[in-house]
Design a protein around this ligand. Structure first.
Ligand code: 3MF
Ligand code: MG
Length: 344
């Protein structure tokens, strides 16, 4: 915890081997214990988990053994003075989910996906977090005719309702992304996620996670996506990072591409007291070119930049901002912000 009250998190996947679709890993994989130590060392407070990050062999285990492994993970976190922020079902790697899980056309696959998500909820409970993130990676299509989009929407809603029934403490944060791995995803924006939440049987337990890069890939501004969710008290976590245009999901260090866009995300979060609502997750990846012994600097830079931008935001002359809004002198307002971002 820092003097501003924010808590920071990342996931084990954020210290990665650097493989991409065109080439193999370029760095050795880092043992989980080393990642935990790095997380603490870098000033972070919490780890994010996929279900199988916490319980790697979950497919081969029964409920008691899964619970035992998850409890051991919770203890390991506690030994480092850390907690789990959320757990997410990793439904995009298993051979059953090639064409999606919750929205698969094959009912047997849908059953697999739902059962897996229930296991994820069980793991979260043992890890000491009631927050489940749903990144609906393969719930979409490569061609529109492949699935019935109205039916798919209802299947997603039914899944959310099923999970709310299954675990009465569970809170679900939907993490939208418009594309990748599928070409067309069913819940591409925060508007979709929030609408789904309001339609659920217990709307108070369904919110959203905004990832900066995902908003950019949808052609939207991440700070406005955050603001929309904040307006309805639906922003429960963020995956801050950066993204250079409409390309593959780059997970660049926060603020590394567009400093002003980063500033506005921090400003919106800070103006709305996000530190009281959720943790600041940094879903950033080291560049593939980064040598192994210096492959955590993206995490260092992202957290430090976030805190610097909190300072910039808090130091803004708010009465001047109001005056410039009132006089519609947005060129001067532009200059005020640019001065602040360049330390003047
Ligand atoms: C995909 C992502 C994922 C999700 C994570 C949690 C690797 O683009 O951003 O991070 O955030 O799987 O659901
Ligand atoms: Mg993410």
């Amino acid at each position: 915890m820092n003097k501003y009250g924010y808590q920071f998190s990342f996931g084990p996947w954020n210290i990665s081997e650097g493989g991409d679709p065109f080439g193999p890993a370029v760095r050795p994989s880092v043992p989980f214990a080393t990642k935990l130590a790095a997380l603490k060392e870098l000033g972070y407070d919490a780890m994010q988990f996929h279900d199988d990050d916490a319980v790697p062999d979950l497919h081969d285990l029964g409920p008691a053994a899964i619970a035992k492994e998850a409890r051991a993970m919770r203890q390991l976190l506690a030994d480092h003075g850390l907690v789990a922020e959320f757990v997410a079902p990793r439904l995009w790697e298993h051979p059953s989910t090639i064409d999606g899980g919750f929205t698969a056309n094959d009912p047997a696959i849908r059953t697999y996906a739902r059962e897996r998500a229930k296991k994820t909820a069980d793991i979260g409970r043992e890890l000491g977090t009631n927050l489940m993130v749903l990144w609906l990676a393969r719930e979409g299509t490569y061609l529109r005719e492949a699935k019935d989009a109205v039916k798919a929407t209802h299947l997603l809603l039914d899944t959310v309702n099923m999970l709310l029934d299954y675990d009465k403490d569970l809170r679900i944060a939907i993490e939208p992304k418009p594309n990748e791995p599928m070409d067309m995803a069913y819940l591409p924006t925060i508007g979709h996620a929030v609408a789904m939440g309001f339609q659920a049987k217990d709307p108070a337990r369904v919110g959203a996670l905004v990832e900066s890069a995902h908003a950019v890939l949808a052609g939207l501004d991440p700070s406005d996506e955050m603001a929309f969710a904040l307006a309805f008290d639906k922003l429960w976590s963020v995956h801050l990072n950066d993204q250079n245009g409409l390309k593959f999901d780059q997970d660049r260090a926060f603020g590394a591409v567009d400093l002003r866009r980063a500033f506005n995300q921090v400003r919106v979060l800070d103006e709305n007291r996000f530190w009281e609502k959720g943790m600041v997750g940094l879903d950033v990846k080291a560049l593939r070119t980064q040598p192994a012994d210096v492959a955590t600097k993206h995490l260092r830079n992202s957290l430090a930049l976030f805190l610097r931008l909190v300072e910039v935001s808090r130091n803004l002359d708010r009465s001047q901002v109001e005056a410039l809004r009132a006089s519609r002198d947005y060129e001067e307002l532009d200059w005020l912000i640019l001065n602040a971002l360049t330390g003047r």
